[in-house]
Design a protein around this ligand. Sequence first.
Ligand code: AMP
Ligand code: MG
Length: 486
Amino acid sequence: MIQFDNSYARLPDRFYARVEPSVAPAPGLIALNEPLAERLGLDAGWLKSDEGLAVLAGQARAEGSEPLAMAYAGHQFGHFVPQLGDGRAILLGEVRPEAGRRFDIQLKGSGKTPFSRGGDGNAALGPVLREYIVSEAMAALGVPTTRALAAISTGANVFRESLLPGGRVVRVAESHVRVGTFQYFAARGDVEALKALSDYVISRHYPEVAGAEQPALALLQAVVSRQATLIAQWQALGFIHGVMNTDNMSIAGETIDYGPCAFMDGFDPAQVYSSIDHHGRYAYQNQPAVGQWNLAMLAQCLLPLIDADEDEAVRLVQAAVDGFVPAFQRAYVTRFTAKLGLADVREGDVELVGGLLGVMATGAADFTLGFRLLADQIENVNQDFLDLFDGADGLGDWLERWRARLRLEGRSAGEVRAQMLGVNPLYIPRNHLVEEAIAAAYDGDFGPFHALNDVLASPFVEQAGREIYAVPPRPEQIVQQTFCGT
Ligand code: AMP
Ligand code: MG
């Protein structure tokens, strides 16, 4: 069984709407994430039982559950929308696996809520499986992220471009508070709610700032720092979130809301996959700047909590938001120098990283394999590596500079190689593999979905017989566009 304990439901009524999940005519368990269940202190055997499935699918209430849809606002592609909110997700409750740890269990695709606006509140199976695959892959890659506890089929169809089988994903998060949650109350001039929300977030996610002289300012600084690190991790993996609206930015610093996200194949800094990102606002290379812009929106919301003198408050939050740039740079350089097999960061390393990325961009080299196979070029160049580059101008020179830099550290090739293989994954959720798994599932075959999850659970370990999962798409397999599909 699950025992919920709901801190969010104890916040004022205007933070959410109480709502029941809709009926799923014939819920079926597609996948249960047993290791995650265990980490949450939940009994996987029970979750797989009819009773457990009924709770996961929102068809029965577990003890202490107080289902609710959270209110939030957000900037969508730069335009402020004062009311968004959970339109197709319901927070079932929070679990506490250990003292001081609390996780949200949220059901997505659970039917209409007062925040659904024009939407039906449902999810098709495709986006459910996509979120399951990619969020779990991110976790295995060591990136802070919401997790997927279960994927469920509903037995009902949903209408998108055509009729598709419906699904639900049971999502686990540190919390579902977003930058947009603060914006919801700021837009209403509700300073009392902002204070309550800020206190809540501090006690749940940033207890270390509770004693600060200016807790709201310290909170902002802490969120800036977590987001800077998070986005640096995305960059280091070639991950493109796709919809970095302020309502899709977690206050706890987790990657959240997997829609048209994608890992890059060939490296192109301007890469965009999302079908709705017409101007490339959320292109790979724009992610850091957009992250900082989102944090500036958060900063604005916090002004009334920081200083009665608005000029002084603005000066303080501006400095905090400016702190994003050095924090991101530090995290970025640390990640990328580690990818190059370096033990520390020295002068000139930023240029060294940039040099390789430049050659990779010119040669449209596969981002993931470019770094992975670099571990085999410490002493000699091999053909597999060269074959990744469509034109390798400058590559020879770069490799010489890199080797000279490695020699400065005097570590053995074996040691350097081991480090590189531990940070440069071999397996990522490649877009064409994700699409294939979804297509097979729509045909009733969940084999490819399970097989893909299995490979991605150990992204840094070469797995015999699974070579196909590491290979970039053939030209006809390349996915050019991804869709929200909601
Ligand atoms: P997202 O694309 O996940 O960032 O969602 C943006 C907003 O649209 C959120 O308020 C969602 O709850 C809402 N939304 C997205 N899809 C649906 C849907 N099928 N039904 C109702 N609301 C939705
Ligand atoms: Mg969203």
